[in-house]
Design a protein around this ligand. Sequence first.
Ligand code: URP
Ligand code: ZN
Ligand code: ZN
Length: 460
Amino acid sequence: MSLLIKNGEIITADSRYFADIFCEDETITRIDRNLAAPAGCEVIDARGHYVFPGFIDPHVHIYLPFMGTFSKDTYETGSKAAIVGGTTTLIEMCCPARSDDALASFDLWMKQAVGKSACDFTFHMGVTKFDDTTEQQLREIVARGISSFKIFLAYKGAFGIDDTELYRTLKLARELGVIVTAHCENETLVSERCKELLAAGKTDPAQHHESRPPRVEAEGVHHLMTFAELTGTATYIVHLSCQEALDEAIAARRRGVRVGIETLIQYLTLDKTYAEKPDFEGAKYIMSPPLRDARNQSMLWNGLRDGLIQTVATDHAPFDFENQKPMGKDDFTKIPNGIPSLEERVNLLYTHGVKTGKIDLHTFVNIASTQAAKLFGLFPRKGTIQPGADADLVIFDPNHRGTISAKTQSMNVDYSAFEGWPIEGRASVVTIRGQIAAQHGRFCGTFGRGKFLRRTPSHF
Ligand code: URP
Ligand code: ZN
Ligand code: ZN
């Protein structure tokens, strides 16, 4: 099986040139001008299009038992939505409840994806408790090809760990060369403020951001950074939303703490006024950390442009507006947290970042693909275009104009947080390891073809 992509403009994190790309089986084998197609080779004319490395979403939830319900996507619907939107690799959070066994949970999450996903995938292993058994099982999970952990400083009683567990998890990660990704919010402040708001009769979705203001997140980051500094562990702050939290992370980085920073497409494009929409519509926009004051957006864009922030993810966590978000109709603390956006991340980042001049094309590729590959042990197999890399490619039509709507989306959720928003440009052809998986924006991939990506720890 071979595939030749002709006449496209190849854009990577650090190069831009016109050339043809020849893929044999699953791999890019030649990049040159005027390549001829051998007999039987499939040819795509990419004239007038950019050719990007497949995009990587380093923070998604596909299978997520959470807040008394389950997120809506499966690996079929989730990987289809990812591919249609130009994302070719998913890194999912494996999130056991505290009462669950780590190894059994890892197997359970694998079972959701293997034989079902149309794109490649791996996991950040959630450490939601730490004891001797968990430690042994984490060692086994790393031996099976996982090189990143996930911890929560929030969600007391569900996923959250205490400081002893945090310290021991970081020590183990340091020993194993594993990077620790972390949800940073001070859980005591969150739970006390929630109680106060509810006691005052403040129950609507707009109270969510009142319960967890920027300082709550900044305190979480500060806390993690202190522990990371004393253990020397490589860390990665997921879904950073605000100036106060960024200041804490950058201050730690100046002290020598190893920390990558992720923000989300939602924080770059939405602000807290969406969560204030009347008649419970704000529930569509409830996630944690919450959407912030709009002043944070330019700071996040600048942070991406200047390299202070490494990645843009989605934290995709889809819950229906009709029958799941209303679990918190009379109590905002019970609204399942999450704003689905897996399908739209790349298009929104291009439309609101590249087209407005906030970031250039190389930064776009870097923050949506290359940096995630580098941080999480997938580079150069993923995240770039070069001989030897997996043939995960996005042939992107910059002239496409479209409109986002829940009616046309592949994500298995009944609303779009971006309903009616115009889009400039889109992935028109997407390949997964040399096979065309989307064409003209339509899915044509193969469920079950996605592979688990074994990774080796590298953060020593
Ligand atoms: O609101 C969010 N972020 N939902 C998903 C779970 C998490 O915290 O990542
Ligand atoms: Zn989180
Ligand atoms: Zn998450």
